[in-house]
Write a new protein. Sequence first.
Length: 259
Amino acid sequence: MEHIIEMKNVSWFREGKTVLKGVNWTVSKGENWALLGLNGSGKTTLLNMLNGYIWPTQGEISVLGEKFGEVDIRHLRRSIGWVSSSLQEKLYGNEKAEDLVVSGKFASIGLYEKPSAEDYNRAKQLMEQLRCSHLAGRSYQTCSQGEKQKLLIARALMGSPKLLILDEAANGLDFISKEGLLDSIEELSKQPDAPHLLYVTHHTEEILPIFSKTLLIRRGEVFASGYTKEVLENESLSEFFEMPVHVLWNQDRAWLSKK
Ligand SMILES: Nc1ncnc2c1ncn2[C@@H]1O[C@H](COP(=O)(O)OP(=O)(O)OP(=O)(O)O)[C@@H](O)[C@H]1O
């Protein structure tokens, strides 16, 4: 498999509206990408498409080397983790943190078996890796937003995905929790068995240096795509936001202000 994601001229029309238009995008093996766009730019639609929940009106999609239309999408989904603050927040309540993490193994294959001691060991390891092992024994609903995000990432990793989508993962987090989560994501990316990461965000400064490539999407079209350092610069971002902005690079992250 050469490409992790390949979209060729992908469009999606709905209710007389063009939601995605002529999207060409290739994620090659070994790359971690950020996806940046304003509200309503088409990010969620794109993610729904990658996961096969919606079908392109035009164009071709391959994910993990499997071409849509020729592959059993439910099978493919087992290899894709999708952590979304808005979607998954509502799903769990009383469950203990470690049970929630362990359940990721079964969620991805859509059946429930009694988890083995080995499964719990793996869950513990993942919680340690994400620096949230102190949450064992706590019920999910009593955890903070930042802690919940880490548990949901650990849960997604339990299914050993090859592609992990982090969808507005730092939404609603305070400064400390956000930086803590970003540190964990950076560490995760350095593990030998790390999945390919796709980090979806509204904020340039959340794009860590591990995301060497960035896709800018605006009004359903690819505005720019390429090396993060080249994409996140004054001229291109001012045009992207249709407002003069200044980018300050600090510790390899792009901090934005109005000019
Ligand atoms: N099923 C649908 N039918 C009609 N229009 C839709 C549908 N789904 C999305 N849209 C429209 O397509 C556009 C893109 O929506 P999408 O949710 O993909 O944006 P987004 O980038 O994820 O936004 P946000 O950052 O606010 O979550 C919006 O204008 C939205 O109203």
